[in-house]
Design a protein. Sequence first.
Lengths: 357, 357, 320, 320
Amino acid sequence: MMWMKCTISIVPATSTLHSPDVAVHADMREDFLKTLRCIILSRILEEKLGSLYRAGGRIVGGVYLGRGQEAFSAAAGNNLRYGKDIYGPLIRDQAGRIAYGEPLLDAMRTYLGVITGPMRGRDGNIHRGRPREGCMAMISHLGSLLSVVAGALFARRLRGTLGDTVGATSIGDGGTSTGAFHEGLNMAAVEKLPLVISVANNQFAYSTPTSRQYACEDLVDRARGYGIEGYSVDGTDLLACVATFRTAFARARAGHGPQMVVGKLLRLGGHGEHDDASYIPDSARHKHEARDCIEVAKKQAIDLGWITEAEIRTWEEESRREVDAAQAIASKEPTPDPYRETWHALSTSELVEGQHG
Amino acid sequence: MMWMKCTISIVPATSTLHSPDVAVHADMREDFLKTLRCIILSRILEEKLGSLYRAGGRIVGGVYLGRGQEAFSAAAGNNLRYGKDIYGPLIRDQAGRIAYGEPLLDAMRTYLGVITGPMRGRDGNIHRGRPREGCMAMISHLGSLLSVVAGALFARRLRGTLGDTVGATSIGDGGTSTGAFHEGLNMAAVEKLPLVISVANNQFAYSTPTSRQYACEDLVDRARGYGIEGYSVDGTDLLACVATFRTAFARARAGHGPQMVVGKLLRLGGHGEHDDASYIPDSARHKHEARDCIEVAKKQAIDLGWITEAEIRTWEEESRREVDAAQAIASKEPTPDPYRETWHALSTSELVEGQHG
Amino acid sequence: MSITYLEAIREAQYEALRSDPNVFLYGQDISTFGGAFKATKNLSREFPGRVFDSPISEDAMIGMAVGAAIEGARPIIEMQFADFSSVGFNQIVNQAATLYWRTNTPCPITIRMPSGGTAGSGPFHSQSMESIYAHYPGIVILTPATVEDAYWMLLESVKLNDPVIFCEHKFLYYHLKSEGFGEALPIGKARIARPGRDATVVAYSAMLHEALKSAEELQMDGYQVEVVDLRSVKPMDTDTILASVSRTGRLLAVGESFPWGGVTAEIIARVSSEAFHMLDAPPMRLNSKDTPIPYHPNLWKTHRPTTSSITAALRTLLRY
Amino acid sequence: MSITYLEAIREAQYEALRSDPNVFLYGQDISTFGGAFKATKNLSREFPGRVFDSPISEDAMIGMAVGAAIEGARPIIEMQFADFSSVGFNQIVNQAATLYWRTNTPCPITIRMPSGGTAGSGPFHSQSMESIYAHYPGIVILTPATVEDAYWMLLESVKLNDPVIFCEHKFLYYHLKSEGFGEALPIGKARIARPGRDATVVAYSAMLHEALKSAEELQMDGYQVEVVDLRSVKPMDTDTILASVSRTGRLLAVGESFPWGGVTAEIIARVSSEAFHMLDAPPMRLNSKDTPIPYHPNLWKTHRPTTSSITAALRTLLRY
Ligand SMILES: Cc1ncc(C[n+]2csc(CCOP(=O)(O)OP(=O)(O)O)c2C)c(N)n1
Ligand SMILES: Cc1ncc(C[n+]2csc(CCOP(=O)(O)OP(=O)(O)O)c2C)c(N)n1
Ligand SMILES: [Mg+2]
Ligand SMILES: [Mg+2]
């Protein structure tokens, strides 16, 4: 049995002081490997989406990828049970969605805009979700999903169906500047909801550097002001992410209220696939945060003796087949037919108005 | 010369650590007495407004008073120069307005809705202001004034007219829950503007106790998350307030960015004069924060040998005369005549539409 | 036993809480205090753990309601004043109103908005926002003008599987009384509040009562003015309006919101397009003036339509 | 040298910055990056210290612009997409739009809103919000449809002492080209974009071009359709519309925003009320459908008015 120390600084919140270092236990192996498998799949799916976008023709609208953020995203999603817990993924949460259990086909179908997908061509890409199964479908307005996830948890507690379920959602460094994020987080704190908020500080909001976004030293410094527990983690380090989110989710489930996990990392790509990110200075590209979390994780797993290179290659091949299979299915499916669309924005069809004028 | 210790806990912000205790110097005498004069006048004015409201007939709309918050409000306003600095007073800032230099007639005329007042009957009570002279006229939506004050300072810096001017605005415990407050404060921090924000934590937002408003221990815990300097002060203690705001304003003027001063106190009255505040529990009424800041201040001044009881009585009489004089003038002035009203919401009169339809 | 419009709103919430455990109330000062207007008086005592004081966070209040609705709850959200919904605007029009269409998930939330002008309330405690919300797809906008509608339509709102903006008029809170709740009328249908054959006035909410008084005044001059109570601004019951105009040949639309666009423009556009030849005179409308709502009663009385301005407009219309 | 609609917007900002030191630009990603659409490309280099990247804080962006305007600055605020102005809504309609009326202080701010649909942009990157903002007193709403108007009206906006919502259409950004900026037309006046005698189409922004194509198509059938470019939604140039309708006797109003209320209802209400007897046929309107704006191009093409739906409506109108 091997032990390894990873650097997780868990910042003291209002009431609880966490130990600043956490040792890697053997019982992390399972979670770690499951997450590693997810981030490999996520990267391969996203590479496919990127190349479909560049090829043109099939994907409509933009493509927004999570390259470099997979470890942080998946380590959160891995703590969620599909159909039980509530998840509000954001822009760069493909890896989290996979870890959570969202079917690959949901992604592919939504990007291709086919009617078999959860959004039926009505909305696209990262806006997909199945709210009644616990997967919220984000609107574009940053910050506004937090209160929705909080509300779902609130309703469960009210109706007595909360049990050990938990909610999770994400935000970027840029999204923390929205009023919606502040209101939602404050309300969740007041209601002491079992909610884990991942703050993916990827150094940029589109092109805007963090120096134009906030003036604090570390976004985790905000936790105390909300009276919630906060963690700061190296977002490129899957082991650290798995350990931190494990603690955060356990504490959320145990009734300690919202948990804010801030991951430091770098967006390894453009804001969307249309963007070459030429504004990211070379200096940023050479910092620790610019490490590719997947390479780091593979090495961690191999060093720990948890997996071999050959096994990883097998996973990669399997992932490619899964992605190809999803694409093969979705690309044969029909796109929406405007003449079959009901154009009903209300579920109460008697109250839908006809055309007037 | 007497020295006295007052308890000011100045919370460490991102970069600067203040000494936790400040001694009272003789050079505080002038500021203290000026402020004391203001809060006495403010209380007498507000008592008059309250009785006019209860008598009915002349005041239209609600009356919202600052009873119990005068020391905290005036200690801030006292650092502002009318016509030079920028002030964005809120609901309970009558004392701050007086200290800042707003004419008493502006208040009286606005409450009576006469056309000679700055709002000309178009808006009322606490919404008054003279923006071009630096006194902003709040809209009701809490939190939304902060960014306006920030914008005025921003424009001055841009145009090279900032000099040593500074801006100040207030918020209540309830107002801190608004998205607007968060966005405005964060933006002011990013722009490192010379702005002092008074947070009057009077334990209630209308009837809502702070336990339903935030989950942190002290609202000053938020300062660090914005990367600004924060202070926590006993809002019933005028000496402490004067000392704290003096530091905060000095640091704002010296380029240290936004300063957040949180005052702990109790609203000594209803939300408005229509409200008997019966929801405030007796326990709250017997706490330290329930002290009447004016009585505390009078005693402080007498104990320090800065003033005599007789002198205070003279001030009170003078204040009463000032208030009566303002009332006498304003109550003779005309209320608006709808047939003389231009009903132009645009300053560009060529673009004003006629009535259609 | 006479019941006010405000009491009807309280009673409807009582009944909604009583009959469905999924209903809860969330809003500023609505718990022990019973709300700024006392529309939730005693409800927190009668239904412990189901009436919550909210932080001053309109955006989050609506967002949380949407999340709760997804999970099967049926929240009623009180805005302290309709005017403050402007900071919850995004969650209403983009989150709540798009949920069903985007994801096939019903969004049963009711947002109560104390609306409209009262003397001395000024620009930010007097607004009527029905015209703004009705512009957006995916929301139902109700504007009750009677004690009966206040009661039944609020109860219906809570049962509806779609977001409802419930515009209750503050001017009617204490003034308007009724002997009981009567019968429920269906949502989405207008009502002939007063029959007549010379002209049709379409009004809603507080303006209905100004229009009725106006019709009364004009009766002394021998005119029979028909008054239609719209009840629901969206959907708008075009059929009932057209049927009335087909009888009278004359139309005046009256609303309290700002004059550009909005309810009255929509009424006139529908009638002009769909019943052009039934009109014997150009259609008319009356709204508030095109400025913020004034604080001083002198100005306020002139800013909004009143019985006298409606009567004046009707005289012009009838003389045409 | 041909200039696009987008370049015109950049050039107008260049000229505004050059000619008045009180002008500054504030918006997300507009500094070195030059904005999501490159409407501020190079401006931060050409005018150092006057073009700022904003935090993602639309409410504070508008609030700060109002404060800056009070101090004599003339800010131009870029919303990354018009859709996101929903979170700055309160500061626009309640802070900026009421300032002059309440305090006699002019509020010269320009809010640029990249508006309207493009294929694949979905419900939250396609909205047209002119109908919402025009409802409120105290704001000017401009909707340029040409390269010339994009340039001159933006320059005029910055000079105006009132808040301007500048709705620039994303669909026109790259497609629309002109050989120069031509002459400035006055703000608040509509323009006859194509003369005709058989029917009037009133349109604006991207819909103008669909209407013009439609008029072209119908010319082959011998119809002379007059097309009015509204240019400014509020104030709305009623005189020009009425003059056109008095010549043609037929009216179709076309807009891209949602169907309930809004620009087209306002046009029809004005014409019906003020020029009833000039109409030889019931007035018609065309808007988007009453659902959120769809993501998939198949749906999107049917959701908004197009040349073919305008032509179909006009055929009905002309045959009447
Ligand atoms: C309220 C709002 N304003 C603007 C936008 C446009 N926008 C979309 S993504 C983005 C940058 C987001 O940055 P961040 O939150 O750091 O997330 P990241 O893209 O880095 O993952 C912006 C400005 C938006 N979606 N919502
Ligand atoms: C956005 C918004 N929502 C609701 C209100 C209604 N309102 C006016 S004052 C008030 C309570 C304010 O409490 P606090 O901020 O603590 O200030 P205090 O009255 O205690 O001085 C409320 C809810 C408002 N003005 N603005
Ligand atoms: Mg980011
Ligand atoms: Mg308070």
